[in-house]
Design a protein around this ligand. Structure first.
Ligand SMILES: Cc1ncc(COP(=O)(O)O)c(C=O)c1O
Length: 385
């Protein structure tokens, strides 16, 4: 619940004690009776997937894929003339081990944006089906739906940014194919109550997608632990945030193997490039480095939150389980423009429901944050005169 000024976000801890990480998440693929096929678009159900040259043989004298046998036309020693692996099982295994699930439960793609788009293309019939989103939330769900000519219905979080399962379920119709949630949520920065998420999972007999882009910044842990109980759960993750690898474009969908199989059938054969796959493998070999950076960002986030809270125009610093802060500030739009004119770029979020007069501020380096604070105080003093 948003408290006035800066505060810790510990309110969910007691509710979360029911949801200890479950070893049996690895066993989800042993639910043989789960069959998502009736949810799949009819044209996808009958699709014969593209069969790539490298699906059969990886080694030998490779004359099967019309590659350039003389190598890349740039100065490099990397074998960039070869198509990358189509399945990336080694990377999928590393991701699975990191989250305590099995390789068959992991799809890897070009950022989580690819997974969002692919889920719509696999499950939602254009012109007929809908997704249900829970604003205020990440804007890409709606955009991906619109691109795919999939309808969008909405059930907002309450004004404390909390999920209410009953309200969400009341908006479901026969056309609702997916409910998209984000936890910790962008832009509100809070974790959604897992008890409410589980209620939705239990009572909605289609896909519930939970975007965990910011999960490593929160104490609540991944909802992968619910996958054994709820095969309709799809979790989105990304290397763009906690791992600091936004440039390589690497994201994942974690779900029941039968859902992953359908995504693998529909994805472009060589969706992930080799440089990205190599960097992602390296990321999972250095998880401690990720945790170290996350700890620093959280410390810096708490410092920044305290500084912002004592600014005269700041009304609320909302609790954050992410690497950004949402603040309510008098004349947010003016502040947004004023900061931009002084070279500090933040995001105005005041046009989203329950977010009147808010700015979303990514936690920067300590120097960047000092700069932001200085500009906020200098501009406030200047406008006093
Ligand atoms: C909630 C959420 N999901 C996904 C993404 C994007 O992830 P990716 O870089 O993997 O496409 C973002 C980026 O801001 C985000 O806020």
């Amino acid at each position: 619940m948003p408290k006035s000024k800066q505060s810790d976000s510990k309110q969910l801890e007691s509710e979360q004690s029911d949801f200890k990480t479950s070893e049996s998440a690895k066993e989800a693929h042993k639910k043989p009776d789960f069959n998502p096929e009736p949810w799949i678009r009819p044209n996808i159900r009958t699709l014969t997937p593209y069969h790539a040259a490298r699906d059969d043989y990886h080694e030998g004298i490779l004359l099967d894929a019309n590659e350039n046998s003389l190598g890349p036309a740039i100065p490099t020693d990397l074998p960039l003339h070869r198509y990358p692996d189509t399945r990336l099982d080694d990377l999928r295994r590393k991701w699975a081990d990191f989250r305590g699930i099995s390789m068959e439960q992991v799809f890897v793609g070009v950022g989580s944006d690819e997974a969002i788009d692919l889920l719509m293309r696999v499950f939602c019939e254009p012109g007929r089906d809908d997704i249900l989103i829970i604003p205020p939330t990440y804007g890409m769900y709606k955009v991906a739906a619109r691109i795919n000519n999939v309808g969008v219905s909405e059930s907002a979080l309450n004004k404390h940014f909390e999920l209410e399962a009953r309200a969400v379920l009341s908006r479901v119709t026969q056309h609702t194919k997916m409910i998209m949630m984000c936890s910790p949520n962008n832009p509100t920065a809070n974790v959604l109550n897992p008890v409410e998420i589980e209620r939705v999972l239990k009572d909605f007999n289609r896909l519930v997608v939970v975007d965990e882009a910011y999960v490593d910044f929160s104490d609540s842990g991944s909802l992968c632990r619910l996958m054994d109980r709820h095969p309709n759960l799809v979790i989105l993750q990304t290397l763009s945030k906690s791992f600091g690898l936004a440039a390589i474009r690497m994201g994942a969908a974690l779900a029941h193997p039968k859902i992953i199989e359908w995504m693998m059938k529909v994805k472009a054969p060589y969706n992930v490039n080799q440089l990205t796959a190599d960097a992602a493998m390296l990321a999972f070999d250095h998880v401690e480095k990720m945790h170290e950076k996350v700890r620093k960002i959280i410390a810096e986030r708490n410092r920044l939150a305290a500084e912002l809270a004592s600014h005269p125009d700041v009304v609320t610093v909302f609790p954050s389980d992410t690497n950004f802060l949402l603040i309510r500030i008098k004349d947010a739009k003016e502040w947004y423009k004023r900061l931009a004119s002084r070279g500090v770029i933040v995001r105005y979020r005041g046009d989203q429901i329950h977010c009147e007069d808010t700015l979303r501020i990514s936690v920067g380096t300590s120097t960047e944050n000092d700069h932001l604070i200085k500009e906020l105080y200098d501009s406030a003093n200047a406008s006093d005169h």
